[in-house]
Design a protein around this ligand. Structure first.
Ligand code: ZN
Ligand code: ZN
Length: 304
């Protein structure tokens, strides 16, 4: 049985608060940019747009991915998360492109932003709001053991750091009159957004391409199979992959040719349980073979 959603009421409330407050604080940042026309503040606001979009899209994708398998999607809907993540990655890179373009234009003729005091006050307000929200999400996320909330909290802390960096940069520009700091800070924020986008893209492409579980997890699975295989002679062609929150494991199991079907089936059930103790909720498929299929070498075809 696939793992069921563990969204307790307080987790759902915190997730809703995350989206609602995220939109509000984003509006404050856009106002700060609108007042000042500072590229650094624009970059900060764009990073928040990315964060809010990611929060909404991943909430929607998680809802789709949790649907049970149906006739048209017998392997479940878990790849929806990767599709959403790939779209988010594209969006993030667009946002970074917009920042780099604005900053490059401003580098040629840097000038003092308008109403800088008001802009900085608005940005600082947004940063305090985000810090409070991040602390709340982390508290609820830890108490209710929700990795999604803890991840959102980490995301928001990144946002607070960005705004802090922008405030320091613009404050220094204000104090020294070196307005070139405004586009330079914007370029730094743009580079960080590219880094975030790259991570999102890499993970989603790995999932879409059926990347194997990582080496230590595969080793744990292999150990579990070895411990549960009883009178079976060998296993080979162990393959693992991930679909969002779900994991899939398949292997070939070689048994003596005269073993009864019910005996080999009992071994398969024990292997399934042992693997699921390592990877809760994993879907395990075992293909049973007679000893004529014994493999001399256990290396996967084509090597790694
Ligand atoms: Zn085989
Ligand atoms: Zn069975």
């Amino acid at each position: 049985m696939p793992p069921s959603s563990t969204a307790t009421p307080s987790v759902s409330r915190a997730a809703q608060l995350n989206v609602a407050l995220g939109v509000l604080l984003l509006a404050v940042k856009v106002a700060a940019w609108w007042q000042t026309r500072s590229v650094a503040l624009l970059a900060d606001a764009l990073e928040s747009i990315v964060n809010v979009t990611v929060a909404v899209a991943s909430a929607a994708a998680i809802a789709v991915a949790r649907r049970p398998p149906d006739r048209r999607h017998p392997f479940g809907h878990s790849k929806a998360e990767y599709l959403a993540a790939a779209l988010e990655g594209a969006l993030v890179i667009l946002a970074a492109g917009a920042i780099v373009r604005e900053a490059a234009l401003r580098l040629r003729e840097p000038g003092p932003p308008a109403a800088l005091g008001l802009g900085l006050a608005l940005a600082a307000t947004a940063a305090f709001g985000n810090a409070g929200l991040a602390a709340h999400l982390r508290r609820v996320g830890r108490r209710e053991r929700s990795p999604a909330l803890v991840a959102s909290s980490a995301h928001l802390w990144g946002d607070v750091l960005t705004t802090g960096g922008v405030l320091v940069g613009l404050g220094a520009a204000w104090a020294t009159g070196r307005w070139i700091l405004d586009p330079l800070v914007a370029l730094l924020v743009g580079a960080n957004i590219v880094r975030l986008g790259w991570r999102v893209m890499r993970d989603s492409v790995g999932g879409l391409m059926d990347e194997s579980l990582d080496g230590t997890e595969v080793d744990r699975v292999a150990g579990a199979i070895r411990g549960a295989m009883g009178d079976a002679l060998q296993f080979h062609d162990l393959r693992t992959r991930r679909g969002g929150p779900r994991t899939f494991v398949e292997l070939h199991l070689v048994v003596p040719g005269a073993m009864r079907v019910d005996a080999s089936h009992a071994i398969c059930d024990r292997i399934e349980e042992a693997v699921q103790r390592e990877l809760p909720g994993a879907e395990v498929v075992v293909h049973v073979e007679p000893e004529s299929e014994l493999r001399a070498s256990l290396d996967p075809p084509g090597g790694r």
